[in-house]
Ligand binder design. Structure first.
Ligand code: SAH
Length: 275
C-alpha cells in the first residue's frame, strides 16, 4: 500500500456480545490490516473476524497521542485500519480528539455506528425507553466525574423533564444521581434499573430498585463499573394494568402504510401524520 494511505474506520463494536456488531463493522474487521481496540471495554473476542496477519493492539494503556500516532503509522502500511470502540463511537468515545489529528494529516476516516449500551441495557431488562403519554424523550447523560459537566446540563435540571434518563459513567456516583433526582422532585419509589455488562455472555447483571434503595442494592450486588443507570417513568410498564396504546398500531389509526380498520379508540392524529 506504499504511497496510498489507508482509511481509518471508527467502528462501534456494540455493547459486549460479539454478535451485536453490525454486518458492516464485521466485514471491515475481516478486511482490516490493523485494529486498535479499546480493551478496557471491548473484549478481544470482538477481533475474532480479523485476518490471521492483522496487527492487533489493545489501546487500554495508551494515551490519545500514542493512539493517534499508532493509527497514522498503521494507515501508511494498510488499506483498512479499524479503531474498534465500545457501543457507539459517538457517545463518550473521544471521537473528535482522535479524528482531528487524522484530518490534520490528510487521512480519510469514517464512522460505523454501533449498538449503544443504553439500548442494550434497556433490551436486557425488557424495558422500553419510550411509552405513549408517559415519556417520549430519552436523555443520554452522565454526572460530573473527572470530566466536568457543561453548566446547563446538571442532572437535576435534566431530570426536571421527568423523561427517560440513561446515565452513563456514573455507577460510582449513584449518590449524586439520587441527590439530583430528589432535587428534581422524583419520588422515593421511582423505579430505577441498573444493568452491568449488558449483553456480555455470562456476565450481565440486572438490578431493579427505587430511588430510595438502588444504591444499597447495587452495593449488595457489588456493582461498581461498566453499568448503565436507567431512570424512567416507563420502567416496569409491562406489569401495569393499563397503558395508552401506541397510535401506530391502533386499528383505528390509519397511516401511509395501513388503512384504519376500526373506529379510533380515542382521538387520533389525522391519517398520514406520524404517530
Ligand atoms: N460508547 C459507549 C459508551 C462508552 S462510555 C456506548 O455507546 O455504550 C462507558 C460507559 O458506558 C460505562 O461507564 C457504562 O456506563 C456504559 N457501558 C458500556 N458498556 C456497557 C454494558 N455492556 N452494560 C452497561 N453499561 C455499559
Amino acid at each position: 500500500m506504499a504511497g496510498i494511505p489507508g482509511t481509518v474506520w471508527f467502528v462501534g463494536a456494540g455493547p459486549g456480545d460479539p454478535d451485536l456488531i453490525t454486518v458492516k463493522g464485521r466485514s471491515l474487521l475481516e478486511q482490516a490490516g490493523a485494529i486498535l481496540f479499546a480493551g478496557s471495554l471491548v473484549d478481544r473476542t470482538a477481533t475474532q473476524y480479523a485476518p490471521a496477519d492483522c496487527e492487533i493492539r489493545d489501546s487500554r494503556d495508551m494515551t490519545l497521542e500514542a493512539m493517534s500516532a499508532w493509527l497514522l503509522d498503521a494507515c501508511a502500511r494498510h488499506h483498512t485500519v479499524v479503531r474498534l470502540q465500545t457501543g457507539d463511537p459517538g457517545l463518550y468515545g473521544a471521537l473528535v480528539e482522535m479524528t482531528r489529528p487524522l484530518d490534520a494529516a490528510g487521512i480519510t476516516w469514517q464512522v460505523v455506528p454501533g449498538v449503544s449500551s443504553a439500548m442494550a441495557s434497556a433490551a436486557a431488562a425488557g424495558e422500553t425507553l419510550t411509552l405513549p403519554e408517559v415519556t417520549q424523550t430519552v436523555i443520554l447523560t452522565r454526572v460530573a466525574g473527572r470530566t466536568p459537566m457543561p453548566p446547563d446540563e446538571d442532572l437535576a435540571a435534566l431530570a426536571a423533564h421527568r423523561t427517560t434518563l440513561c446515565i452513563f459513567l456514573s455507577i460510582t456516583l449513584l449518590h449524586e444521581v439520587q441527590r439530583a433526582l430528589r432535587a428534581a422532585g422524583w419520588p422515593e419509589e421511582a423505579p430505577i434499573v441498573v444493568v452491568q455488562k449488558a449483553s456480555w455472555p455470562g456476565a450481565e447483571k440486572i438490578v431493579r430498585g427505587t430511588l430510595a434503595d438502588i444504591k444499597r442494592r447495587c452495593q449488595d450486588e457489588k456493582i461498581a463499573s461498566q453499568a448503565m443507570i436507567i431512570a424512567s417513568p416507563a420502567l416496569g410498564a409491562r406489569h401495569w394494568p393499563d397503558i395508552a396504546r401506541s397510535k401506530l398500531y391502533d386499528p383505528g389509526f390509519g397511516h401511509r402504510f395501513r388503512k384504519a380498520s376500526a373506529p379510533a379508540t380515542e382521538a387520533g392524529l389525522p391519517t398520514g401524520e406520524s404517530a
